[in-house]
Design a protein around this ligand. Structure first.
Ligand SMILES: NC(=O)c1ccc[n+]([C@@H]2O[C@H](COP(=O)([O-])OP(=O)(O)OC[C@H]3O[C@@H](n4cnc5c(N)ncnc54)[C@H](O)[C@@H]3O)[C@@H](O)[C@H]2O)c1
Ligand SMILES: [Zn+2]
Length: 376
């Protein structure tokens, strides 16, 4: 792979037939949103969904740009945070979209992180059986992961993301300038997902990140490059397996352990945010693979050293406060994954860039491994 350091904007095309779309990555895209949208969509109305942290920074600029290009837009600002991915807020959003007389050729626009993208995308997927959808992701996590691929949804009391539809966006505008107002902690959490693409099947990208992560954090051209490589990696996976019946599951590397840790902290973002759980989860996946003699322990050490260097948590014991007993973690893992006669599906690895899907992992092995890590 040739990773150059161009300052210019990047375009990743997602070739999904009649659902194909572009992802634009670069600074200042919100100021050009109107033009980019009118170039691609017929409708001239839009309903913007955003949250209270994002609106004060970017909503006005977006409204101005839409107006300049003749798009009539209304907006809805919701509370920030995971709790907003609820049925109640879905009702508020769909109601506002209908009140704005959004037709099928008009757009719902998500301006915010993955929470807003998942909620607004779900609304766009079900209003009038599907209206156009534009993602303007404003967190690193949403720029490299959730805004691409068409998974939308909300949480219920039975668990995360249990109601939702596949609804691909028609355009993704990843305005990298918005990351300047994101907290260091949220940026780092998103970085775990960037590193994930290297760990899955791009060892040369992981090498590059080890050398260039400081520039990625500092916001130079390397940041745009890292986001573009990540979007391309996700797009490739989505094009190969749009509805996750096979290979797309590799994107869950680190997520089985990570989700169990998120559940164990009751999704308390003060203790653990998603990307931090994924960071610990990816290290655990490498260590577990080493324990099963699938990979050298040096690989796990290398992964941990990098994630630690950027300031991410890498160990279960890095999580503040008490955690439930290991059996409860295993229950959470079993709930997250299909269990077939005591066997679990896991993303394991032969080393950096060599992840694979294993569907026959005995849950007893997972228990004894986790037990050993908690006392370590
Ligand atoms: N659909 C998918 O494929 C997919 C993939 C991964 C994650 N997700 C979902 O994404 C969600 C997590 O997304 P997230 O990490 O973006 O969380 P988020 O949307 O909650 O954003 C994190 C925090 O940053 C704030 N924020 C957002 N942009 C900002 C900016 N530019 N400046 C200042 N503050 C800003 C938000 O208000 C929030 O407080 C989860 O619900 C997860 O399930 C979905
Ligand atoms: Zn994730």
């Amino acid at each position: 792979m040739n990773i150059s350091s161009r300052t210019t904007e990047r375009l990743v095309h997602v070739p999904l037939g009649d659902r194909a779309y572009d992802i634009l990555i670069g600074p200042g895209l919100i100021g050009r949103a109107g033009g980019e949208i009118t170039a691609r969509l017929k409708g001239r109305r839009a309903a913007i969904v955003t949250d209270e942290n994002v609106a004060p920074h970017y909503l006005e600029a977006l409204m101005d740009s839409l107006q300049t290009d003749g798009i009539e837009a209304v907006s809805l600002t919701l509370p920030a945070g995971e709790k907003t991915k609820s049925l109640e807020h879905l009702a508020t959003v769909t109601d506002m979209v209908l009140a704005a007389r959004i037709e099928r050729s008009d757009a719902v626009i998500a301006l915010g992180g993955g929470v807003i993208g998942d909620l607004a995308g779900f609304a766009a997927g079900i209003v009038r059986r599907g209206v156009r959808f534009v993602q303007i992701p404003t967190t690193l996590l949403s720029q490299v992961d959730s805004s691409v691929g068409g998974k939308t949804g909300i949480n219920t009391r039975h668990g995360k993301n249990l109601l939702g539809v596949f609804h691909q966006p028609d355009l993704v505008l990843a305005d990298t300038s918005t990351l300047d107002t994101l907290s260091e902690r949220e940026f780092r959490a998103g970085y775990a997902e960037v590193a994930k693409y290297g760990l899955i099947d791009k060892p040369e990208f992981f090498d590059w990140l080890e050398k260039n992560w400081r520039q990625v954090f500092a916001g130079g051209p390397e940041r745009i490059e890292a986001i573009a490589v990540s979007c391309q990696a996700k797009a490739d996976m989505v094009v190969e397996d749009e509805r996750e019946t096979g290979r797309r599951a590799l994107l869950n590397l680190g997520h089985t352990f990570g989700h169990a840790l998120e559940a164990a902290t009751q999704y308390d973002s003060a203790r653990l945010v998603h990307g931090e759980g994924v960071s610990i989860g990816m290290v655990l996946a490498h260590q577990f693979s080493a324990r099963l003699n699938l990979a050298s322990p040096d690989e796990a050490e290398r992964v941990e050293a990098h994630l630690r260097a950027v300031g991410l948590p890498t160990r279960i014991n890095d999580i503040a406060g008490e955690l439930p007993p290991t059996e409860r973690l295993i229950e959470a893992i079993a709930q997250d994954k299909k269990v077939k006669s005591g066997k679990l599906t896991f993303i394991l690895t032969h080393g950096v860039g060599e992840a694979f899907i294993a569907d026959d992992v005995p849950s007893s092995e997972v228990s004894s491994f986790l037990e050993s890590k908690r006392s370590a």
